[in-house]
Write a protein that binds this ligand. Structure first.
Ligand code: SAM
Length: 247
């Protein structure tokens, strides 16, 4: 799986790609990440990548030509690597679909994409109209750029890849995973057994596998019902919960 990221701030990705459990996925190429700066494809001494908006108003707009040359270079590199169909181009934008587990799962099972990180007031609409196939939002707020959104999505994708987490399949125990019927995760505890008078729940110390699993499932249901009741409704509608579960 290959992601080509168009960003005016490639240096933001350095620590991200080298940190934590997911770095293995990037280092091995299991989730290959290539960074491209449109400034390297801009004309003139100043290598200008932004200009004032037609119609006036505050801020600057990312210019279409450096983006087009940058995308041409990406397409050529991907073709040289053997790609037959042009990769989708995903723009991070408040307009997009909100990033949820289903969206992450869809991209984690793909050949990858070109990820476009906007800056300033955004990108010249003509480039979007010509090339962008998908738009993804992190939520109903405005970031200063798409880079953080790209890192969020890549991180969520990388941890779904086989062998990336230390415990094989442990992502299936995470919140929203279909393996747990889309519920939220249960609480976790580690040593000491008693801290400031608070004891670890007895079921977790019992050594009885079935009791531990029962306790965890009950906790997932309790927490999901209290924090995100609509997820219970969804699971029920899909026939994933039964009377025994909910009792
Ligand atoms: N003028 C734009 C608006 O009001 O929607 C905001 C532009 S924002 C300052 C610059 C860039 O940050 C955007 O082009 C987009 O790539 C990224 N961005 C901002 N908010 C985002 C969000 N909620 N989700 C994903 N990307 C976002």
């Amino acid at each position: 799986m290959r992601f080509d990221i168009i960003t005016l701030f490639p240096e933001m990705f350095a620590a991200f790609l080298e940190s934590g459990v997911t770095r293995r996925a990037y280092a091995s190429g299991q989730v290959a990440v290539h960074l491209w700066n449109p400034r390297d494809y801009a004309q003139g001494n100043y290598r200008r990548v932004d200009d004032r908006p037609f119609g006036g108003g505050p801020g600057m707009v990312m210019m279409v030509e450096p983006l087009q040359h940058c995308l041409d270079a990406i397409r050529a590199a991907r073709a040289e690597a053997g790609e037959v169909q042009p990769a989708p181009v995903l723009l991070f934008s408040p307009i997009g679909v909100t990033l949820k587990h289903e969206v992450v799962a869809q991209w984690s099972d793909s050949q990858g994409a070109v990820l476009l990180c906007g800056r300033y007031e955004g990108i010249d609409q003509r480039f979007i109209d010509k090339h962008v196939t998908h738009q993804v939002s992190l939520g109903d707020f405005v970031l200063s750029g798409g880079e953080l959104a790209a890192m969020v999505m890549l991180d969520a994708i990388a941890r779904l890849q086989p062998g990336v987490l230390n415990d094989e399949g442990s992502f299936q125990q995470d919140s929203f995973n279909p393996a747990l019927d889309g519920m939220l995760d249960c609480p976790h505890y580690t040593r000491p057994e008693v801290w400031e008078g608070q004891e670890v729940p007895g079921a977790l110390l019992s050594g009885h596998h079935a009791n531990i699993e029962r306790w965890r499932r009950d906790q997932r249901l309790r927490i999901t019902a209290s924090h995100r009741p609509e997820l219970i409704d969804q699971a029920r509608a899909q026939g994933l919960l039964n009377v025994k579960d909910e009792g």
